[in-house]
Design a protein. Structure first.
Length: 212
């Protein structure tokens, strides 16, 4: 059974401050053109999306250059839904979950913050501390995902957690939805970005399947 963890892309949907607004318009219609084609205007980090190293690292690899095998893998869900608004996620918060991880696994941070999607409080989410990011890298995690708009809270527009993870080729997925539907903390995850040339990020379809 596959569980969809993806926000639906629609006109006027929430976007990260400063990112392009989303608009989907009819370009061709059935009445005059005998078919329907829509035109999409959106940013590379719209909705449920993946960050490539090139998002923050000059000369970093773009998503189209990464083997597709990196987008599918075994993952462990860390239940952090008890954390309050704005709380830094510490190494201690992740110890139990990382004990179940193997080298190359995904770490999926379940804060429950997707319930605030579209509300001002959505931006005041629990976030990965730099110390926790170092801990994650030390454990050999290949991808970190979160059900919040950002993996970190960036002080003064600096992004040390993004920089650290992406420099170490640890991919980032943000804006997951519905992690409460994951029936087991260990499962298989599919995070498939579009294959667009030189892209720093991409909307993805995010799927989960529990391990048998």
């Amino acid at each position: 059974m596959l569980i969809d963890l993806t926000h639906t892309i629609r006109t006027g949907m929430p976007v990260f401050p400063g990112d392009p607004k989303v608009e989907i318009q009819v370009h061709l219609d059935y009445k005059t053109d005998h078919c329907r084609v829509t035109r999409w205007e959106l940013g590379s980090h719209t909705g449920t999306h993946m960050d490539a190293p090139s998002h923050f690292i000059p000369g970093g690899v773009s998503l189209d250059k990464i083997p597709v095998s990196r987008f599918v893998g075994r993952g462990v869900v860390a239940d952090l839904s008890h954390l309050e608004a704005g709380t830094p996620i510490t190494p201690r918060d992740l110890e139990t979950s990382l004990a179940d991880c193997r080298t190359g696994d995904f770490l999926v941070l379940h804060t429950g913050w997707d319930r605030y999607w579209g509300l001002p409080v959505y931006g005041n989410h629990p976030h990965l501390s730099l110390e926790a990011a170092r801990f994650v890298i030390k454990q050999g995690i290949s991808l970190v995902a979160i059900d919040a708009p950002d993996i970190e809270k960036a002080p003064d527009n600096h992004y040390p957690v993004h920089q650290l993870l992406l420099e170490q080729h640890c991919l980032i997925v943000e804006n997951l939805s519905g992690l409460e539907k994951t029936t087991h903390p260990v499962g298989w995850f599919i995070f498939l970005p579009l294959k667009a040339e030189d892209t720093d990020g991409s909307p993805i379809r995010a799927l989960y399947q529990p391990c048998p």
